[in-house]
Ligand binder design. Structure first.
Ligand SMILES: NC(=O)c1ccc[n+]([C@@H]2O[C@H](COP(=O)([O-])OP(=O)(O)OC[C@H]3O[C@@H](n4cnc5c(N)ncnc54)[C@H](O)[C@@H]3O)[C@@H](O)[C@H]2O)c1
Length: 395
């Protein structure tokens, strides 16, 4: 049977790859999105953001006629399966917006039909799945509600969507069975849970990763304060030693997910989350730590500083919650000038070329360790917490 799927938020970083993968595996899919620029780009065969291996899939499904993008909400009525994957950011005071997904679902109200399956795919504040169920029932809708969290990493979507197990939960057995059938198009590995378990599973997953980065970053700062290169220590620890093999390297733990999901979990636990808050202080504090170390070595007030890599991670064009921007903000108070460049970012007109940064800077900081920087041999000192240049991490 061909599933008629509409992905709401279907031109975003998570919604678009999911919509495309489902279309590639035999569903008939529409990406519904309120962003007309992204919708037009997708319909013209272009991705609105960098995602490796996406373009052949997009060409294939557009030629096969199994996929389109649309800003028309009436497409919602055509769906047998609705998948909602709108953004769920925390606000400027780090409060989660528990209404982000319920509001997006409420906006679909006039177009919903009895008998549809509604899958929440955004990372939600715990309790949101049941809240959506209650609100739709109060309005008299007879719709099956499922929550199936997304676990891909940006940049790995077209590997991971076809290989990761899918966590499937629902407010009824019918919802679970129907959602398992849809995600069964992508994998045979389905893990069934309750909605409450799945909501926590997703938040714990991201928070766990955030805490691991914080541990590595604090280890880095301890070693660095003693003039010891943490990369040598980490190599000694992890080399053929299975119990520590997953120790991450130091670096900016940034981006649109890990930090905000740790804060969602803290808020859910009445802000009683020592480990999460400590991780925030360490990870968000790393740019400040690096600048304070630079100030001990250099008179920044006389220097131009260059930042290489403004995306939140390597080989990405996504600058959301990038700590390179926090680094830039701090350095602008201290240095003569801060020049920034990125190999992939196209959305920031303040960035300049790599050659200009290399030519004019007195000291460089690696903000995102893009491969393009690995073989540079700059004539000026480089602050490289990632060891991207292989010259050590001590600053
Ligand atoms: N980015 C990741 O790596 C990642 C990984 C796993 C899970 N998630 C979760 O997935 C969700 C989406 O994240 P994202 O990074 O794709 O966000 P995004 O901002 O890239 O995409 C969201 C999309 O939804 C659209 N949108 C917003 N409101 C809408 C509405 N009412 N109707 C239709 N479209 C609407 C936006 O225009 C945008 O295109 C979040 O909950 C996030 O935590 C993200």
């Amino acid at each position: 049977m061909t599933h008629q799927v509409v992905v709401v938020g279907g031109c975003g970083h998570v919604g678009l790859p999911l919509a495309m993968a489902l279309a590639d595996k035999g569903a008939k899919v529409t990406s519904y999105d309120i962003n007309p620029v992204a919708v037009d780009l997708v319909n013209s065969g272009q991705m609105p953001f960098l995602e490796p291996d996406s373009e052949p899939v997009l060409n294939r499904i557009q030629s096969a006629g199994t996929f389109k993008a649309s800003t028309d909400p009436s497409t919602i009525s055509e769906a047998e399966v609705l998948i909602v994957v709108v953004g769920t950011p925390v606000d400027e005071h780090l409060n989660p917006d528990a209404e982000a997904v319920p509001n997006a679902v409420a906006a679909l109200g006039p177009y919903l039909r009895d008998g549809q399956l509604l899958v929440l795919r955004s990372t939600v504040y715990p309790g949101v799945t049941r809240l959506v169920e209650r609100r739709l029932a109060q309005l008299g809708h007879k719709i099956d509600i499922a929550f199936c969290p997304e676990r891909i990493a940006e940049g790995k979507a077209f590997t991971e969507l076809y290989s990761l197990p899918q966590i499937v939960s629902g407010c009824s057995q019918a919802a679970v069975s129907r959602a398992a059938e849809v995600f069964g198009l992508l994998t045979s590995q389905i893990v069934e849970t309750t909605p409450e378990e799945a909501e926590l599973a997703k938040l714990f997953t991201n928070t766990w990763r955030y805490i691991k980065f914080a541990a590595a970053n604090q280890f880095y700062m301890i070693a660095n304060d003693y003039g010891i290169d943490f990369e040598n220590v980490r190599h000694a620890i992890t080399y053929n030693y299975p119990r520590a093999i997953d120790m991450p390297g130091p670096g900016f733990a940034a981006g649109p997910c890990l930090f905000k999901d740790t804060m969602q979990l803290a808020s859910f636990n009445n802000n009683n989350f020592t480990l999460g808050h400590a991780s925030m202080m360490i990870n968000e504090g790393l740019p400040l730590y690096l600048v304070s170390k630079m100030e001990q070595k250099f008179d920044l007030s006389k220097l131009t500083v260059g930042i290489l890599g403004m995306a939140f991670k390597s080989e990405s064009d996504d600058i959301r919650s990038s700590l390179s921007y926090k680094l830039r903000r701090i350095l602008r108070f201290k240095a003569v000038e801060v020049l920034c460049t990125d190999e992939y970012v196209t959305t920031d007109p303040t960035l300049v070329s790599l050659s200009e940064v290399l030519e004019k800077s007195d000291v460089l900081v690696i903000g995102a360790p893009h491969t393009a920087y690995k073989h540079l041999a700059p004539r000026v000192p480089v602050v490289d917490v990632w060891n991207a240049l292989g010259q050590g991490t001590v600053v």
